[in-house]
Design a protein around this ligand. Structure first.
Ligand code: ADP
Ligand code: MG
Length: 143
């Protein structure tokens, strides 16, 4: 298996509810290396840009209003097989369907306010990381 990177976000609901520390502990316990991290409040337009693939879907307005409602914490995570490993750790989109022990099972409020984001491919992870971080902010990229 190859070492990969993925883009994670601790979403505004989890930050607001005080779960950011617990989620970071799970990230570390699972053996991910954190290569970049920041706290940021997205504008509505920035949230719409990040989720452009979902434009036109019935939940797009709710999703982008939620994602711009308060601070979130994007992170670049690195590990072998990181994309699939992170999605396994976070669980299904809808917490009602998320497996026991997953982050969404334990911290998501609803299918919309579901605590965390995870990229769905290595290529999308790279594009999403570049949406939040300049090259020099991804620490392992520094000379
Ligand atoms: P995932 O985040 O698991 O990759 P999607 O890419 O399908 O899920 O959707 C992106 C985000 O949009 C979800 O994490 C969730 O916050 C929101 N979302 C998805 N489906 C719904 C829905 N039916 N109602 C409200 N929000 C939704
Ligand atoms: Mg997705």
């Amino acid at each position: 298996m190859a070492v990969e990177r993925t883009l994670a976000i601790i979403k505004p609901d989890a930050v607001e509810n005080g779960h950011a520390g617990a989620i970071l502990q799970r990230i570390e316990a699972a053996g991910f290396a954190v290569r970049a991290m920041k706290l940021i409040r997205l504008t509505k337009a920035e949230a719409e840009g990040f989720y452009a693939v979902h434009r036109g879907k019935p939940f797009f307005e709710e999703l982008t209003t939620f994602m711009s409602s308060g601070p979130c914490i994007p992170l670049v995570l690195e590990k072998e097989n990181a994309v699939a490993a992170w999605r396994e750790l976070i669980g299904a989109t809808n917490p009602a369907n998320a497996a026991e022990g997953t982050i969404r099972k334990d911290y998501a409020e609803s299918v919309g306010r579901n605590a965390v984001h995870g990229s769905d491919s290595v290529e999308n992870g790279r594009l999403e990381a570049n949406y939040f971080f300049a090259e020099h902010e991804i620490v392992a990229n520094q000379a």
